[in-house]
Ligand binder design. Sequence first.
Ligand code: FAM
Length: 435
Amino acid sequence: MEYIKNRFYEKTSKCISEYQKLRKEHGDKVLTEVTIGQVLTGMKGIPALITDTSKLDANEGIRFRGFSIPELRKQLPRLNPEGEPLPEGLFYLMLVGEIPEEEDVINISKDWATRAHVPQHVFDVIDAMPKTARPMTQFSAAIVAMATESVFQKAYRSGIHKKYYWDFMYDDVMNLIARLPRIAAYIYRRVYFKDKHIEPDPRLDWAGNLAHMMGHDSDEVKRLMRLYMMIHADHEGGNVSAHTTHLVGSALSNPYYALGAGMLGLAGPLHGYANQDVINWIFEMLEDLNTNEPTKEQIEGYVQRTLQAGRVVPGYGHAVLRVTDPRFTAQKEFADKYIKEDKLVNIVNTLYEVVPPILGSVGKISNPWPNVDAYSGALLYHYGIKEHPFYTVLFGVSRSMGVLASLIMDRLYGLPIERPSSYPLEWFKEQANTK
Ligand code: FAM
């Protein structure tokens, strides 16, 4: 499928000279002022990174190359008019910058299927860990173990010219994304199904095959997996998993190292672990209230007690968003369409009524609205994927598409090593006192 690589190069190579021109001719242009507050609160809002794949708007949510999630759910090619678009199409859009034809999407599916073979030593690395090791520990270790396969690393060591880095990066990235569903499903079956593994079916699409290898073959689960893989794929460049992948890649580490590092960031409770934490927290609530069908008032009381205990309400709030996350809404629409009655889904819907006013009344919380993680667990659970410690791995499989498409572009532009400055607290105190 060399033509997709060629098309990417045709569409994107003009950006190399644009980037160089900006650097040379406009390097002195002041973009914005940076406040002490921004530095002390996680560098929020500082324009510090180039990411073309997607942009997050505080009041609209994510747009992938300018397209919102509702637009993409209508426009990207799908296998069945009733179903969800294939995530392969989103990858093409993020990489090439235009909506693909059906043929392009099918070709990416086929390309990934031919690249999906995972070397035995990667399974051996996973098998060397206790089954009690967290799924994200196993997942990131497997990704790093696969660095033995890096064609970028070999090419770099053989002394290739830097203008060809992106080309080798492309092949690494395609191989890596192609193999992640197999690795994820292997961990899932190992930990929860006594090592009864299911072979991939190369006729299936990338997300459909993941569902299949996990042991979930219904059309509805495959549709859910396609939606899940699409909505978690990218959230511009500043979030922890994207930024980490980009930062590690800037040292010219191979993409296996870069993604492995990004996945370890995704594993944190304030980022991708929140999708497990939502379910943990709901089950804690049910145990505390001693019921499976809590009333609105009981839920309100539990949310208040969570805040009083100095804990966060998982699945709510966001560093950038200031509205209900459209990724939450897409999942709610899926639930409204397919799920008639489900106790957990009902609780998630009640939380959506109850939590925002409570968080809003606290005063300091910038965004009281739900994010992507507030819904995803209840959907998976409904379809029998009840093993919540595994949920962040699914997030990671999806997130690989956005962060790795960006990594190819980083090398195409020839971005330098990233190296911001740091100062002691004393320096900031001095700055605060100077006029
Ligand atoms: N429950 C309770 N307190 C919250 C809160 C929540 N859901 N969201 C924010 N706050 C608190 C926050 O802890 C901070 O308190 P302190 O000043 O005492 O440290 C204060 O409100 C101001 O925080 P903020 O400016 O509104 O948010 P941040 O940008 O610092 O943090 C999040 C953003 C997402 C880390 C935060 O909202 C949070 O912890 N949410 C719960 C965990 C979660 O759902 N994470 C998933 C994020 C998701 F999009 C993803 O990455 N998958």
